[in-house]
Write a protein of this length. Sequence first.
Length: 344
Amino acid sequence: MKQLISQLFYEREEHSDTVLVSLIDDRGSAPRGSGSQMLVSRKGRVTGTIGGGAVEKRSEELAMELLRDRKSAVHEFPLHRAPEGDLGMVCGGDVTAHFQFISASDPVWDAVLAGVMARLDAHEGGWLILREDGGSPSLLSEDSALRCGAELDAEVRALLCRPCFSRAAGRFALPLPVGNRAILFGAGHISLALCPLLRTVDFRPVVFDCRPEYAKRELFPDAEEVICGDFTRVADYLTITEEDYLVIMTNGHSHDFEVEEQALRGPFGYLGVIGSRSKIAAVNKMLMEKGIPEERLSEIHTPIGTAIKAVTPAELAVSIAGEMILVRAEARENCPAEGKGSNR
């Protein structure tokens, strides 16, 4: 979303009207799901994607027509095979797209976009609310929703109850992507390869190590934060939440165990630990002796990463990132109103 908002700012500076295309419904099998977006100017699609192929091509053409007419619209695309009237795609589902005309001179959009960018830069959540009739947008944060809670109508409150794309009563809410933190315990060779890779797929890497010569900002320019701290007192430096992805690969088995035990006593979104199967068995025995319930051990991804026979640090980084992407995608699919391609 941040790239799309940045492009919108650029188009407005160039006095260019645009159309923001958002998928607002998907049924059956479709290339992308509700919440996917692309931006179209008079030059055509400039950023984003709603799945490519014929549906994206036709949407681009419709957006160009709406730009000329200065109008918004909603359009349904059948993707299943039919005698006539479809797009020749055989995904087996349908998608509905919303086309929001955005005038380059509309001051409401200036204010809303500035607010969205400020929240994205600060990694603060919120919702961009759009109207299916093409009316003015709005931006709501959790704080503002709480302050005016009683004044919000029931439909908007229903939209904000969900942490993912949602739609009701002629409006839809696009959650601002805060991004999951990926906390890398250990600043060795794998973290050096993994940190920049995670940044490219919208994780926010944090590197934690006890060695000052390794926990250096210049070694991890892509990290959101680099912490030199005590592995036995992680909570003194970080508050770990159920949204955080933890990767444990320190410079010693004892440090791995110390961090793993602390992690298992609290929430997390993902916990991956490097190590052999013999190490896993020994560590699990020690963890249970420390009072960690056996069912919690089943939440650990170890040996870490997808099984691609990775050997080098770069290959292991790809393996770990792939597993984290999968866990994140599965969490999105479990969200009650989430689509396959949400920006969240």
